[in-house]
Design a protein around this ligand. Structure first.
Ligand code: G3P
Ligand code: MG
Length: 236
């Protein structure tokens, strides 16, 4: 199984900041999952929420801030440190030569961010990491756009509910992966997906019994806030 750091190594460092990705590298990961949104001046920035309030000392919507304004905020406050928001470009610069799995979650659920797919795909291409990247989203219309416009990219359909035959849904759409919450994984799911050449990656697996579920089900990837807890499970 491959182990990806969630938002870097969000259990022990300020999520989605370069400190967090550094920490993940130090702890040993096969790759990272992180989230992206667009600033007012259309920079792709690495941040989970649509608003800056929970993770920084600022307040308001990411979409209303210019990159310069976002850079003036501190995203390390929860860990009593200083950590600026990274752009996708800065993060890819850091990760580009490391042969890591790069799972970019595009947060188009609440805000549409027209054009974000092309921008993300363009940056992955620029840093020569397209082949090792997976684009995921809870907004499945975003995944359809990726499949249509950037067929070289792998795609992950995120969900956290009990779907009926999700392998048929993914197959019909042409998605390469399902990305279920761990509550919705099972050996049957993985078997049915694998029969169709569809991969299964699960999240956010932090406790022993959660990883046990992933092992028993046979998922390809487990995404965790604590890569150090599961590094012994990493395999080629
Ligand atoms: O991509 C896996 C996971 O990150 C999805 O949920 O809310 O943590 O982005 P969330
Ligand atoms: Mg995410």
């Amino acid at each position: 199984m491959k182990i990806l750091g969630h938002r870097g190594a969000a259990g022990t460092a300020p999520e989605n900041t370069l400190i967090s990705f550094d920490k993940g590298l130090e702890l040993g990961v096969d790759g990272f999952e992180f989230d992206v949104q667009l600033s007012r001046d259309r920079e792709v920035v690495v941040i989970h929420d649509e608003r800056v309030d929970r993770t920084s000392d600022g307040t308001g919507w990411v979409k209303d801030y210019s990159l310069k304004e976002l850079k003036s905020l501190n995203f390390g406050v929860g860990f009593k440190t200083y950590a600026p928001i990274p752009t996708l470009e800065e993060l890819l610069e850091m990760l580009q030569d490391k042969s890591l799995i790069i799972n970019v979650e595009i947060k188009t659920g609440l805000i549409e961010y027209p054009g974000i797919v092309a921008q993300v795909a363009g940056l992955l291409e620029k840093y020569n990491v397209t082949k090792q990247s997976i684009i995921s989203s809870f907004e499945h219309r975003t995944i359809v756009e990726v499949i249509k416009d950037f067929p070289d990219l792998k795609t992950g359909l995120l969900y956290e509910c009990g779907l009926i035959s999700p392998w048929l849904y993914a197959q019909d759409m042409g998605a390469s992966h399902l990305h279920p919450h761990y509550a919705f994984i099972s050996p049957e799911l993985v078997r049915e997906c694998n029969l169709r050449g569809i991969g299964v990656n699960t999240w956010t697996v932090n406790e022993e019994w959660e990883i046990e579920r992933a092992i028993v089900s046979g998922t390809d990837i487990a995404i965790t806030n604590y890569p150090e807890r599961f590094s012994h499970l990493r395999s080629e």
